[in-house]
Design a protein around this ligand. Structure first.
Ligand code: URA
Length: 205
């Protein structure tokens, strides 16, 4: 019976919908595929996998580095001090967290917040790409030097690449400073404001 079902019939679950339709998987399908991920060693030390949250139809996606302690505890991205500042930046853009999508390159916390390893990135980035395919945003904002350099495959410092759009798998990507950096260097807030205004200009069309 299953084989006779048409592609427009209501699927039994999202994983099945992913199979029945030829387009990109929806976010639930990506989450289902990720499962209780054990593709890299970080699964042994995480409390919670932090998939990402926000609108499945977001026009803007923020991508950070990896969950920190608070994110690992709550299973939600950017909920610690840096996250509260990100929430304020989003509000200053005239948006709410639920209007955008927020996630990280890594879905599990590296112990002690050490830098993500290459094997961890290799295991996790394909799922970020699938999330982006599912959401289909107009703009990605890479938060911080690690996210920007990893996604753009560049060794250039964030100071050299921020403030202008780059290509990431056919999508516009704006690198800017990480909110945690802004907590230590409030003087850089002005530059982040300039960067997000460029994003807002595109979103306003
Ligand atoms: N820093 C990040 O890069 N991501 C988070 O989710 C929290 C802090």
């Amino acid at each position: 019976m299953r084989a006779e079902r048409s592609a427009t019939a209501a699927p039994a679950d999202s994983a099945e919908r992913t199979v029945l339709t030829k387009g990109p998987p929806d976010l639930l399908g990506v989450r289902a595929e990720l499962g209780e991920c054990a593709r890299c060693p970080l699964h042994r030390t995480r409390k919670n996998l932090v998939f990402g949250e926000g609108s499945a139809k977001a026009r803007l996606v923020f991508v950070g580095e990896a969950p920190g302690e608070e994110e690992d505890s709550q299973g939600r991205p950017f909920v610690g001090r840096a996250g509260q500042l990100l929430t304020k930046i989003i509000a200053a853009m005239g948006l709410e967290r639920r209007d955008v999508y927020i996630c990280n390159i890594l879905k599990c916390r590296p112990p002690g917040n050490r830098n993500p390893g290459e094997d961890e990135i290799a295991a996790c980035e394909p799922f970020l790409l699938k999330q982006l395919d599912a959401i289909d945003p107009e703009i990605i904002c890479a938060l911080g030097t690690f996210a920007a350099k990893t996604l753009l495959r560049t060794e250039s410092p964030i100071s050299a690449i921020r403030g202008r759009f780059h290509d990431y798998h056919g999508r516009r990507l704006m690198p800017t400073y990480h909110p945690a950096y802004l907590l230590r260097n409030p003087g850089a807030k002005k530059m982040v404001w300039e960067d997000v205004q460029k994003i807002m200009k595109v979103l306003r069309g």
